[in-house]
Ligand binder design. Structure first.
Ligand code: CFM
Length: 476
């Protein structure tokens, strides 16, 4: 299981493992232990990882729909973190605008605190309806020692609303993953529990770790509501600052993305005693299980069965039809983290098997979940670089590649059907009804007429066969 491209990068071996007979792990360096993860990328390795700022601003803080999203740093940090992730809401302020203190050379030399304070005041004056200002620190302002926390305090006194300062400078941590942690911790510390509402919250939940990518929440919120539950906050898809302030009132946290949001569930459990359950809201089995587990907590089991039965009947014929067309296909999933394991079961429900799974910033718990679910001969790879992805696509030749926009054109150029699992080209993909969309997009990718034309008119793809080391040797 050696990658040709890693002959000059032996450090990569411990990040690559094959599932052997009887569930054994065969790591690239020959040892039996588990895959290395969440460690610094080796210099020279062409990683696709993001930075801590990206994880905080782009993933956790950015979806909050009525906060001014202000970057304390150079304008590029603001521009390139703006508008790429479709974390939709029922208003578009958070997607439409981005704000920046616009640090230039003079500010770097003489300090940017005054400029930051001015930026917060100006942004708030322009958009007085915003409920808070979220300020994200960047590498440059952290390195010169700007005291953003202090500026935020001053600004809060002047504008009379929360100014939340995220210490998410890009160089912290080894990937965007630390940015999720900073985002959770800061929102918890500064907002959660800052208002004590009256009322009965005994049948209320928070959906934690869903970001409403292309309206995913529309596929499952009504299901929880059909159980008779009230959703207080969505952390952080389609959420307002006011919802976050009272999310500590929920009786139960439902944790979906367990990489980016278990932190806040743990903190709420510790401080408020709020229990949480881990769920997967993609796929029929998983979605049904999520409803059953939630219902069991509130004693609503019978109602859950009714809801599940009603929904499954609606989608099953569509799923069966797609399954006929997708049966037996072999998939390479490469996502940021948990989606790589969330989807293994879903793909199986569609008749497909994951033969390679990779994550950009997964931790040990993510890899354990992947490893448990995949079958013998499947490859697992941590933080794959571009040459490795190319080698997997050309040598293992998956039928389908589920990944993101960074890999899309590589897949197209190599003639591998591709589905965008990060931002979804159509979507939503969650819940019962979203699964039909997912199946449809996979079917479209696999059976696009271009593949037949390609084989008719272009040079045929080289024949391939499996080998003991997990790669298909390509005959050239
Ligand atoms: Fe959680 Fe996400 Fe993901 Fe993530 Fe992401 Fe994303 Fe992802 Mo792209 S929060 S870890 S940092 S499920 S943006 S909505 S698709 S890499 S696997």
């Amino acid at each position: 299981m050696q990658f040709k491209c890693n002959q000059t990068l032996p450090e990569r071996a411990i990040h690559i493992a094959l599932k052997g007979p009887g569930g054994t792990c065969q790591r690239g360096d020959g040892s039996a232990c588990f895959i290395a993860n969440n460690v610094a990328t080796t210099p020279g390795d062409m990683t696709e990882r993001g930075c801590t700022y990206a994880g905080c601003r782009g993933v956790v803080g950015g979806p909050v729909k009525d906060a001014i999203q202000l970057t304390h740093g150079p304008i590029g940090c603001a521009f390139f973190s703006w508008g790429y992730r479709p974390h939709l809401a029922d208003s578009d302020f958070h997607m439409k605008y981005t704000f920046v203190s616009d640090m230039n050379e003079t500010n770097i030399v003489f300090g940017g605190e005054k400029k930051l304070l001015q930026s917060i005041i100006e942004a708030n004056a322009e958009f007085p309806d915003a409920k808070a200002v979220f300020v994200y620190n960047t590498c440059s302002t952290a390195l010169i020692g700007d005291d953003g926390r202090d500026v935020a305090k001053q600004a809060e006194a002047i504008i009379g609303k929360p100014v939340v300062f995220f210490e998410c400078e890009g160089f912290r941590g080894v990937s965007q993953s630390l940015g999720h942690h900073v985002g959770n911790e800061t929102i918890f510390r500064q907002l959660v529990g800052s208002v004590e509402p009256e009322g009965d919250f005994s049948r209320s939940i928070n959906i934690v770790g869903d970001y409403n990518i292309k309206n995913d929440i529309r596929t499952f919120e009504y299901l929880f509501e059909a159980l008779g539950l009230r959703i207080i906050a969505r952390f952080t898809g389609n959420v307002s600052v006011d919802d976050l302030k009272i999310m500590h009132k929920a009786a139960l946290n439902i944790v979906h993305c367990q990489r980016s949001a278990t932190y806040i569930a743990d903190m709420m459990k510790e401080k408020y005693g709020t229990p949480y359950i881990n769920v997967t809201l993609w796929g029929i089995k998983n979605m049904a299980q999520a409803l059953r587990d939630t219902a069991a907590f509130f004693g609503l089991e019978a109602r859950a069965e009714e809801v599940i039965a009603r929904e499954v009947v609606r989608i099953q014929p569509h799923i069966d039809a797609y399954r006929q067309r997708l049966q037996g296909k072999r998939v390479f999933i490469y996502q940021g983290g948990p989606r790589a394991w969330h989807w293994i079961e879903l793909l199986r429900e569609l008749g497909m098997e994951t033969e390679t799974a990779a994550t950009t910033f997964g931790h040990t718990d993510d890899y354990e979940k992947i490893f448990k679910q995949i079958t013998e001969g499947a490859l697992v790879i941590d933080n794959p670089n571009v040459p490795e992805i190319e080698e997997i696509l050309t040598r293992r030749r998956p039928d389908l590649f589920i990944s993101g926009n960074k890999e899309r054109y590589l897949a197209y150029k190599l003639g591998v059907p591709f589905v965008n699992g990060h931002t979804y080209d159509t979507g939503p993909y969650a819940g019962f009804v979203g699964m039909v969309n997912f199946a449809r997009d996979i079917d479209k990718a696999l059976h696009a007429p271009v593949w037949t034309m390609l084989h008719q008119y272009a040079r045929p793809a080289p024949a391939a066969h499996h080998t003991a080391h997990g790669f298909e040797e390509v005959e050239s």
